[in-house]
Structure formats: structure tokens, C-alpha cells
Write a protein that binds this ligand. Structure first.
Ligand code: PEP
Length: 255
């Protein structure tokens, strides 16, 4: 882990929890992470829980993010929300390009280039996801896949904006499957991403936070966070449980 980049420990609740359950989570979670000041903690619930999450997080260091957004400010786009709407609510972060959005809702790299730009313009901090399928990994295409996604999705981003961008490498075969990439596999691809960012943006690439996601749990967090290019994690299932997520957030680096 690089001391210049604050760890970002993020939870993606997907389509789980009601507002009442959200309030209960924060009541249980906050005391468990009290006193931690050297890392950023982010919870991304469904849209309908954002207000309850913001209330639950008030006065704490926990930030609240959305799981997607539209790239235009307003318009005839039923079911969508914009960056400006999220900002007006008090939301600070947004996950973009999660593999479930790409796979089930046809989100593509052209959309994502617009969304990353719109998020930054509105003052939201994007957590941009990338990652390969099992077939792509087995065919030796992991690096080409993530390189292509990031080249396209970050095309409208300037080097000076990289401190405001987090990139989550999430191998699709590891999401929700219980199959975590080994810490070495995660580091290998995250390290590749860092090198590719350096070749495009120069030294500014060292300010971007690179996360790993895919079956992160209390049992594997310490080894993942010990990898030199992994600055944090994006956690799905294990972020729904206050105790488990608190243990993840409280990771300790093995000596
Ligand atoms: C995710 O939703 O981004 C994710 C990584 O899920 P899980 O931790 O459940 O694999």
C-alpha cells in the first residue's frame, strides 16, 4: 500500500436493504469503526436508501455513494437519476461501470466515458469498475480487456483529475462467487493498470486509487491490502453485514 494514497474501503449493497434496514446498519456499524481516521469508508446503497444512509452517516467519516447515474443533468429518461440530483442529496461518490450494469443493463464504454466526465463535472467522485470474464482470463485476454475498458472510459479525464478517480479491478468470475482472486493475481492486474495509467498520464497516475473487488471478506482483506498497488477494496456481499464490513474496513497489514 502506498502511504500517499488513503485507503478507500467501499461497500456496494447492490439491490439489498430497505431504508429501515439501512438505519439499522449504520447504528451497528458506526461504533465498530469509531476512531479510524487514516482511511476513507464509503457505503453505496440502492437509490431509495440514500437519504437514510446519509442520515445514518451524519457526523461520522463514512461517505455515501450511488451505484450508477445518468450522464445528462435532467431529461426524459424514466428510472434514471443524474449527478446533479445525487449531489443535491449530499451524495459524494458514484460507482460507474459495475459489471452487473454492463451485463444486465447494457452499459457500455461510450456511456461510461460520458458518465465519468459528468460525475467529475458535477463534483462526484467516480469509482470506475473494470474486469474480465472467466473465458477472457482463460484465453489470456485479461490485460487487453481492462486496458480497452479504461482507455475508453477515461478518455475525457485529465491527469490533474486522477486524485478524484478510483478504479476498481473486479474480475467478473470473482464477483459474488466466493472465488477471490489470489492477492498475487489481484496485484498483477492492478499493477498492470497502474503501469498503463502511468504511460498515459505520467506521474499523476500515482494519485489514482486502485481497488480490488470480488468476494472480498474479513478472511482475505489483510493479504489483499498488503499488495503494493491495492489502495482499497469494493465489497459486495460482505458489506451488508456491519460486523464483517467493519472488520474489512479495519484491515491490518501483516508485518
Ligand atoms: C461487487 O459487487 O462489486 C462485488 C465485488 O461483489 P462481491 O464482494 O459480493 O463479490
Amino acid at each position: 500500500m502506498n502511504a500517499a494514497r488513503r485507503p478507500l474501503m467501499a461497500g456496494n449493497w447492490k439491490m439489498y436493504k430497505t431504508p429501515v434496514e439501512t438505519a439499522g446498519f449504520f447504528a451497528a456499524f458506526r461504533p465498530l469503526i469509531r476512531g479510524l481516521t487514516d482511511r476513507d469508508v464509503l457505503v453505496c446503497p440502492p437509490f431509495v436508501d440514500l437519504e437514510a444512509a446519509l442520515r445514518g452517516a451524519e457526523g461520522s467519516a463514512v461517505a455515501v455513494g450511488a451505484q450508477t447515474m445518468h450522464h445528462v443533468a435532467e431529461g426524459a429518461f424514466s428510472g434514471e437519476v443524474s449527478a446533479a440530483m445525487l449531489r443535491a442529496l449530499g451524495v459524494t461518490h458514484v460507482i460507474l461501470g459495475h459489471s452487473e450494469r454492463r451485463q444486465y443493463f447494457a452499459e457500455n464504454d461510450a456511456d461510461l466515458a460520458l458518465k465519468v466526465r459528468a460525475a467529475l463535472d458535477a463534483g462526484l467522485l467516480p469509482v470506475l469498475c473494470c474486469g474480465e470474464t472467466l473465458a477472457e482470463r482463460e484465453a489470456g485476454q485479461t490485460e487487453d480487456k481492462v486496458d480497452g475498458q479504461l482507455a475508453a472510459d477515461l478518455q475525457a479525464v485529465e491527469a490533474a483529475e486522477l486524485p478524484r478517480v478510483a478504479i476498481a479491478y473486479e474480475p467478473i468470475w470473482a464477483i459474488g462467487t466466493g472465488k477471490t482472486a489470489t492477492p498475487e493475481m489481484a496485484q498483477e492486474t492492478v499493477g498492470f493498470i497502474r503501469r498503463r495509467l502511468r504511460s498515459r498520464f505520467g506521474e499523476a497516475a500515482d494519485a489514482a486509487r486502485l481497488l480490488y473487488g470480488g468476494s472480498v471478506k474479513a478472511a482475505n482483506i489483510d493479504q489483499l491490502m498488503a499488495q503494493p498497488d491495492i489502495d482499497g477494496v469494493l465489497v459486495g456481499g460482505a458489506s451488508l453485514d456491519a460486523e464483517e464490513f467493519a472488520r474489512i474496513v479495519r484491515f491490518s497489514e501483516p508485518a
